[in-house]
Design a protein around this ligand. Sequence first.
Ligand SMILES: [Zn+2]
Length: 127
Amino acid sequence: MDTRRVPYEEVNGDKVLVEVDVCSQCAGLWLDADDGDVRALTRSTLEEETDSPEGTEDEEARPTCPRDESYLDLDFTVKGATLFRCETCHGTFVSRPQAERLAHTNSGEIDLGPALRMMKAKNSRRT
Ligand SMILES: [Zn+2]
């Protein structure tokens, strides 16, 4: 696991750096339960990358938790992306292909990533 620090805007508007773990083998993302919004963090992590790692997704393999090695349960689907969640520590695993899907889904009802939101705020500012 490589640890990345990515910008994240909390619900109260504070901007913080959150540590996101990225698997050095499959390039999947690991988000701890208290890291924040999975989608915002996934997008932020991908935006921070200078090169896009080739991700792999083994359909057969059942991922294990990098924290406590429990098997992860296929838990929920967010905007068409299937995510795994650890029953023990409630961390979330986002495989690389699912991360791409999650980050690039665009719809009006979806919360924008912090960078996009900042751009929007800039554009709407009166000159
Ligand atoms: Zn766990």
